[in-house]
Design a binder for this molecule. Structure first.
Ligand code: FAD
Length: 527
């Protein structure tokens, strides 16, 4: 006899776990169903090479919202952030540039290239942070429906505009961020390509775009929005990113959440336009009047539901929601840390660069995208090698190391061949670039896992392996994420809600989508 729950969450990504924990905290009985053997989705730690535990997908923490950390008491359940160092970027001709939370340190680093760029940096930082502060408030908002098609949406929009009336003066800054390319945006401030590239690098992370693509400036801001204290912006999580998901799961189970792994949902059940429960791939069924999907919007609405139940306009919006991805990840177990030939601990003021960007100029970044744009693997990809084992002794055998190598671009659709035959080429290109910066690194590799967008899709189900469940561009943000009129975590099916990164504010291990969705579900219960 299937058990009746108040709410069923499909998917135990960190957002699904968060949503479940908040619902249970409010007294609901909650069942979370996860397809894989492990909870966390793109925030997991897994032993891939014997003795080495990898943050298989996401690898750095910055966005996890302080409210979630506090309200779900994550520190009590083992969540601990370890500092990453200043960002170190090797440059050709045996040079480097660094980027720090500390404005004066960053200015000193910029001054080696341009006194003018160094002098203007504090003003740029203030200007960008003004927008970041507004964005941090917007993260926690439920996007209103500006089309005001009914009295409720009119009221919500009016209330929203009133709350943000003082922000209107900054409207044009937002328009710039949302529409300009990262290169154009940064060129309004800086003259040197190395400095622009250092910041524009963020625009390509997880995005199928180059620094010259319109709208790419926003992605730069998305990556500097984190506000966690204690580790200077980006940090590592002790035990890997999976420790975040485990902490949220433990917080939830203590509040009564039931989590079932290896439980793939194959259909969302409905009756008369209302959700009634789910069917699993093994044929079993669970009932609930609330179903929350942590799974991408494309899967939720186009695979788990019969499209005929949905408005045609909505189906079209979800079908055309852009998810094409070109991000790859190589998880490496190795004998030693990369030794960057241009790194000097004394000159850089850090003992070792645990957080590195390789993508020295705007032209380099754009050319990496040019290859992918036409269906080729970047000949010289941009790379983020991070080395958590410098600060975390729980994830590798003593004296050995883990390198998480994230990069772009490896397009989902290849012009020639496919990923079953061309993975070696990706590895060659990526390690070639890394070895140039850190000679001899590859000689110490013990084992590795290579994840192309196709592998990411196959493992966590995000369409095309998109790291954010969908592109972060104006037409897919805020009140249009994932579709106009349905950005408030609800859906055209009564009782069916969305709590994954396809919804506002999008991807990243921030847990905000899960928290916002729970708030809307509880609001509907009170109505
Ligand atoms: C390679 C990579 C690197 C990244 N790097 C970073 C980083 O360093 N820092 C950062 O903040 N963010 C990073 N991100 C982004 C971030 O990890 C994701 O945006 C975020 O984890 C998504 O969380 P989610 O809970 O919304 O969805 P997901 O994590 O995608 O969770 C969805 C869950 O649903 C499950 N599922 C799918 N279909 C079904 C089904 N039919 N039935 C049951 N369960 C199902 C999946 O197995 C999965 O567990 C990265 C992502 C990737 C892929």
């Amino acid at each position: 006899m299937p058990k009746q729950y108040d709410a069923i969450v499909i998917g135990a990504g960190h957002n699904g776990l968060t949503c479940g924990a908040y619902l249970a905290k409010a007294g609901l009985s909650v069942l979370i169903l996860e397809r894989r053997h492990v909870v966390g989705g793109a925030a997991v730690t897994e032993e891939i090479v014997p003795g080495f535990r990898f943050s298989v997908f996401s690898y750095l923490m910055s966005l996890l919202h302080p409210k979630v950390i506090e309200e779900l008491e994550l520190a009590r359940y083992g969540y601990q952030v370890l500092p990453a160092t200043d960002l170190f970027a090797p440059l050709p001709a045996d040079d480097h540039i660094t980027f720090s939370d500390d404005i004066e340190r960053t200015q000193r680093s910029f001054a080696r290239f341009s006194k003018k760029d160094a002098a203007i940096y504090p003003e740029f930082d203030r200007y960008l942070m003004d927008s970041v502060r507004i964005m941090r408030r917007l993260l926690l908002e439920t996007p209103p429906d500006p089309s005001c098609r009914d009295w409720r949406s009119f009221k919500e929009t009016a209330k929203f505009l009133w709350r943000y009336r003082r922000v209107c003066g900054k409207l044009f800054r937002f328009a710039d961020l949302l529409t300009m390319s990262a290169d154009d945006y940064l060129s309004e401030w800086f003259e040197r390509s190395e400095i622009k590239a250092l910041l524009a690098y963020y625009s390509g992370i997880g995005t199928f775009a180059g620094p010259k693509s319109p709208g790419s400036a926003y992605v730069v801001m998305h990556h500097v929005m984190g506000e966690h204290a204690g580790a200077g912006g980006w940090g590592f999580v002790r035990g890997g990113m999976g420790a975040i998901s485990t902490a949220i799961a433990r917080s939830g189970t203590e509040k009564g959440v039931t989590i079932q792994t290896q439980a793939e949902v194959s259909a969302i059940e409905t009756s008369n336009g209302r959700v009634t429960g789910v069917t699993l791939a093994d044929g079993s069924r669970h009932h609930a009047s609330i179903v929350v999907s942590n799974v991408s919007a494309k899967i939720t609405f186009l695979k788990l539901l019969d499209k005929k139940q949905l408005p045609a306009e909505f189906v079209r919006d979800i079908e055309t929601y852009r998810t094409l991805s070109s991000a790859f990840k190589i998880n490496i177990a190795c004998e030693r840390l990369p030794q960057y030939k241009t790194f000097d601990a004394q000159k850089c003021g850090i003992p070792y660069p645990t957080y590195v960007h390789i993508g020295p100029t705007i032209e380099y970044l754009e050319r990496a995208y040019d290859d992918a744009k036409f269906g080729d693997i970047s000949r010289r990809p941009f790379l983020t090698p991070v080395t958590p084992t410098f600060v975390d002794d729980t994830i590798s055998p003593p004296g050995k190391h883990v390198v998480n190598l994230f990069g772009g671009h490896a397009p989902y659709h290849l012009r020639e061949g496919d990923w079953t035959t061309r993975k070696d080429e990706l590895v060659r290109n990526a390690l070639g670039v890394l070895d140039e910066a850190a000679p001899g690194f590859s000689d110490g590799i013990i084992g590795m896992q290579v994840l192309t967008p196709v592998d990411i899709e196959a493992t966590i189900g995000s369409p095309h392996g998109h790291i954010f469940h969908g592109e972060l561009q104006l037409d897919q943000l805020f009140w249009a994420r994932p579709a106009p009129h349905w950005a408030d975590y609800r859906s055209p099916i009564k009782g069916l809600y969305q709590c994954g990164s396809s919804a506002h504010p999008g991807g990243g291990v921030g847990a905000v989508v899960g928290r916002n969705a729970a708030r809307e579900i509880l609001r509907d219960r009170r109505r």
